[in-house]
Write a protein that binds this ligand. Structure first.
Ligand SMILES: [Zn+2]
Length: 621
């Protein structure tokens, strides 16, 4: 989040269980197991447990491993230092630096050192907890226990840490997430007690409801002239806390912070109120609407999330799936996306935006079973976050993707920004985004080398994917099972995969129901060793940046945007761009002939390092 200084189970039997109940099988404290919060809606699809999905060697696996190692190796004392300092406890260890420290922030000097002390602590605990759920790593579990205990020692009944704190809701939301995940995924014995104590205390620092931008402007903070706090993102984690603990005060507090008047209400009626809102946090708020639907059964909030997401995709998104130049939404129909290419290098807040995008697409997929949400998720995956540089040991981080006319990857100027909190979370979530489960089977959502395995009674079943997708168009899925069983395997057929995707089982083509933009269902009695093969056509295609700039186009192949590697924006005639030729080089380049007569390398974002590029090129008639 940027503060702009000037302007601005046995799956067939338990598939109907709630997400929360998916994890009930492990040992939980008696109070939690006996008193879990109810939910109103059983979503048609549910996530698998993190431990049920294994990623094999791939860019996804590498990002997960890098992030897990980075935060496992980050010194506990450094992470706890600011909380200990404020509590007056011995605070050994070096300062974290950057946004994380206690002092330094000055709007006048445009200095964001010490912007939001301790803000990512909860996200690091969350990411480690999810990583523990994936790996079962004992050092990871031990670290989570130390961090939760260390944090609890700094927490007094009034949460004095938040006195005069710039963004209490912002940091509370992340602590809430971390403590819920420590409880849920790492079985931390203290986490929910600490969560409850913190939540009771934080209310003294929060407004009485989620504040709209207008209301924020009316409430000055001594450092920033008005409040920038993101109260409207709170309900998602509060509803989850209710589901985990069964304590109704969490549910009631969640309802209190639903921003219905100025956001969800108008969105649910189809009014596009996105323009001028802060991009990431308002996409993240869609997940609060989804939890209001799941927990309370509120159709209005489901409609708000669906409409809001559709407006995001149709009016605010680049070909990469990224959105929100300068972290803001613009007015539809004014050509603001195309204009932004000449105005800013801060085109998409990549790790945070991806994290929010993965969450909302996963929620909408679970509720609607609509393949468009999987398509949207993979667009963001391959064209944004997988091309983000890894977080460095000192907190140096990748923040914005740059879609400017001539762009470059750069490090963000401050250490430990918001994006260092969300990056390890989204990388852990690759596991739960790849497959989903339904009452009658399994959905294959992302194509990446991986395996999902589940138990059904005393039997064990699984699917194993092998593929070089998206650099290759073939996906193989091998079925395993300790005995034959009838169920359905649903395979996402992306909307761009025309004219003729080919799906086969054991070498026999499946002809019915293979429609681009849907999940193809294959129902049969599956036996150990059965094979599914999918071959997706990946024609080259062009997408203009917006309707006002029809000659500024991105070249796409399958889910990949191909960026023109050049020091200045090249021009093409349409046919020569669409006749770009594949090479076999290490960066997966395609080569297109520009009107200037040069051969231009067209390269996926994940393969770009320091070279200059143009996301959009100019079409000459
Ligand atoms: Zn961020």
């Amino acid at each position: 989040m940027l503060l702009r200084p000037v302007s601005r189970r046995s799956f067939l039997k338990t598939a109907s269980a709630t997400t929360a109940a998916v994890y009930v099988a492990r040992s939980v404290p008696a109070w939690a197991a006996s008193d879990r919060g109810s939910v109103a809606i059983q979503t048609p699809l549910n996530i698998f447990a993190y431990s049920e999905v294994e990623l094999f060697d791939s860019p996804l696996k590498r990002q997960f491993d890098e992030n897990h190692a980075r935060f496992l190796n980050l010194d506990d004392d450094r992470l706890l230092k600011v909380f200990r300092q404020v509590a007056g406890l011995p605070a050994p260890g070096e300062d974290m630096g950057g946004w994380y420290d206690l002092t330094g922030f000055s709007l006048e000097r445009n200095d964001f050192h010490g912007f939001i002390a301790g803000h990512t602590f909860g996200q690091h605990v969350s990411a480690l907890s999810r990583a523990y759920a994936v790996t079962g790593s004992e050092p990871t579990r031990a670290k989570i226990n130390r961090l939760v205990k260390g944090y609890s020692e700094t927490l007094d009944p009034k949460a004095k840490f938040f006195v005069d704190y710039r963004l209490p809701a912002y940091t509370y939301d992340k602590l809430s997430c971390g403590l819920i995940d420590a409880h849920e995924f790492a079985h931390d014995p203290m986490a929910m007690d600490v969560h409850e104590k913190l939540t009771h205390a934080i209310t003294a620092y929060l407004p009485e409801k989620a504040l709209s931008r207008l209301e924020q402007r009316a409430r000055p903070h001594k450092d920033t002239s008005y409040t920038w706090d993101e109260t409207y993102t709170l309900p998602e984690n509060l509803f989850l806390a209710y589901q985990r603990s069964g304590k109704p005060f969490y549910r009631d507090m969640a309802k209190q912070y639903l921003e219905d008047d100025f956001y969800f209400g108008p969105l649910s009626q189809g009014n596009n109120v996105l323009p001028f809102e802060h991009a990431y946090s308002h996409v993240n708020a869609f997940s609060s609407a989804m939890q209001a639907y799941i927990t309370l059964g509120s159709q209005m909030h489901l409609q708000a999330a669906k409409n809001g997401f559709e407006m995001l995709v149709k009016t605010q998104s680049f070909a990469t799936g990224g959105w929100g130049p300068d972290e803001s939404f613009g007015e539809p129909g004014r050509g603001q996306l195309g204009d932004s290419l000449a105005l800013t290098h801060a085109s998409f807040e990549t790790p945070c935006g991806s994290y929010g995008h993965f969450k909302i697409t996963r929620y909408l997929l679970r509720v609607t079973k609509d393949a468009q949400y999987g398509d949207s998720m993979e667009r963001v995956l391959y064209n944004t976050i997988l091309g983000a540089w890894p977080i460095q040991a000192d907190g140096t981080s990748f923040y914005y993707s740059d879609y400017a006319t001539t762009g470059k990857k750069v490090w963000y100027g401050q250490k430990w920004p918001c994006c260092s909190g969300t990056f390890p979370q989204v990388a852990a979530d690759y596991h739960i985004s790849t497959y989903l489960r339904s009452a009658d089977g399994v959905y294959v959502n992302l194509f990446t080398p991986s395996r999902v395995q589940w138990n059904d009674g005393s039997s064990r079943y699984g699917l194993k994917q092998e593929t070089k997708y998206p650099f290759d168009n073939k996906i193989q899925i091998q079925v395993s099972g300790s005995q034959p069983k009838e169920y359905a395997i649903y395979v996402r057929i992306p909307a761009w995969a025309s004219p003729e995707p080919v799906l086969s089982v054991n070498g026999q083509r499946v002809s019915e129901q293979v429609q681009p933009g849907s999940f193809a269902a294959i129902r049969r009695t599956w036996k150990d060793g059965d094979r599914i093969e999918l071959e997706l056509p990946m024609p080259l295609r062009l997408e203009p940046v917006d309707a006002n700039h029809p000659n500024l186009v991105a070249l796409l192949r399958g889910p990949l945007v191909l960026f023109a590697v050049a020091d200045s924006q090249p021009s093409f005639d349409k046919n020569s761009l669409l006749q770009a030729k594949a090479t076999n080089n290490a960066t997966g380049d395609w080569i297109a002939q520009s009107v200037e007569g040069s051969s231009v390398s067209m390269r996926p974002f994940m393969k770009i390092d320091k070279e200059s590029y143009s996301t959009y090129v100019l079409l000459k008639a």
